[in-house]
Design a protein around this ligand. Sequence first.
Ligand code: ATP
Ligand code: MG
Length: 587
Amino acid sequence: MSLLTTEKEGKIVARPGIIRKTAADLRALPNLSDYAKADLQAGLAGLPGGGVNIAFEAVDRHACGPLRDHTAFRFLGRDGSRKDLSYAELARLTNRFANVLRRLGIVKGDRVFVLAGRIPELYLAVLGGLKMGAVVSPLFSAFGPEPLRTRMRIGEARVLVTTSELYRRKVAKIRESLPTLEHVLVVDENIPGTLDLGRLMNEAEDEFVCAQTTAEDMSLLHFTSGTTGTPKGAIHVHGAVTTHYLTGKYALDLHPEDIFWCTADPGWVTGTSYGIIAPLLHGVSSIIDEADFDAERWYRILQDQGVTVWYTAPTAIRMLMKAGKEMPGRFSFPLLRFIASVGEPLNPEAVWWGKEVLNLPIHDNWWQTETGGIMIANTPAFDIKPGSMGRPLPGIEAFIVRHEGDSVAVVDAPDTEGELALKRGWPAMFRGYLNNEERYRKCFAGDLYLTGDLAKRDADGYFWFIGRADDVIKSAGHLIGPFEVESVLMEHPAVAEAGVIGKPDEVVGETVKAFVSLRQGFEPGEELRMELLAHARKRLGAAVAPKEIAFLPSLPKTRSGKIMRRLLKARELGLPEGDTSALENSA
Ligand code: ATP
Ligand code: MG
């Protein structure tokens, strides 16, 4: 068994490379205990008369059955308010929204954009829009005018739903440059040049017959995070609902009585696929918090709302770690039974932190905007190898491939690095990049979708993330994945987050440079720098360890919380920063 070293009680100690699961770790009978017996038929209804519609499966189907009075969403307001919506109420209000769109002359395939914080209207607009056959695109409310303009232009927005505050601050100044944008529906005020959504909703009827969409009809338009360049608009279809259902069942292990909390904003795909759709498909109650990250608030939500399944992201976990171990001790969340994470590599240290501080290890899973749903995952019944993304879910075939000229070859040998590829054909696979057919075609080699991520598969079938193809460092004949180096730096008690890049070097090709931000109670300094360099050298060897370490108060991240290594690199080398529309702190 391999030994990882890691920090405990301020010291670096040895730890096993596997977390073995026993029956005692399972607080509910797992949905997935035998891959061979997994049922790939989703428990969905289909539209009366044929066809499929995400909103029908998520809402309408439950609204006339035993779940009608069950809480679908609980909205926690920034101001401490609380609002529950049952499945029946959600059906009625999304019907009204669908009627509002219909009255405005919106037809199937028209693009409806939503720009709002995590308030009820956002959720009504997404589901109501899907229900009437519109193509919905939720945008991050923190985007500045420029990124909003780009996305609404690419997406040819016909309707925008927003708040008065966001309209005044961001939309008003770009509206003239968006010729396709006919209607702006404002949630909370009557502003000249816009429509008052509250009034329209009051006037709308409660009944609506779901549009007769097919599995191949476009449903959602999601923009990628922009970590590696200009965000791409990924086209999704209503048939994706099968993947949403199966992954909710197998990757998130949703059970009927669960209280589920997905912390992602619907401005990126996780916040829609799992913050809206998958939990509703399973008829569970979801917590939606309007406020931004705050460690204390988050522990309080886990406690007070009795969250049972929690889906979050490495960056949030690292921030909780940064806030210290004492804080969670002041709260108690005995009902929490499963924690999952997505979006970035989850450092082994974070998995262990979950186990030791929250009494539950964190289960990493992997997917992309393009895949529409979780593809590779750690699930409750199976052992975790901290640092691994887990194994392909039932129905998903994943491979490691090598490029050979213009074609690719599948690598069968375990522990061999290559590009992660998926056999095409899973229901939620994207059907194109909007206005970029060429780029879409380049993602495929025969039957395989090429993900752009480098990984390896071990002999037990677990997949290990190495880095994005663009981020991998080539030094003196070695291929160095930033994740490996970052994880080792994270083992040190002082390090809260780490981002690693390659710096061009005439002799070895590239040298490794690390940027770190520190946990509370630690100060940057020469002594600490030397200590970190020595720690990394001891763990990784001189060829892979960073040659330089710089301290930053925090690392540049996308709005969805991903470390932007390309930006660290551009800044280091004095190169143009490229597309920074997705940068967390950009205007
Ligand atoms: P862009 O494509 O615009 O550069 P992006 O790839 O960050 O942005 P997303 O689709 O939001 O946009 O993110 C998917 C990517 O996030 C994956 O390709 C992978 O690089 C990374 N990722 C997601 N989950 C994991 C994980 N569990 N481990 C490692 N990396 C992950
Ligand atoms: Mg990507």
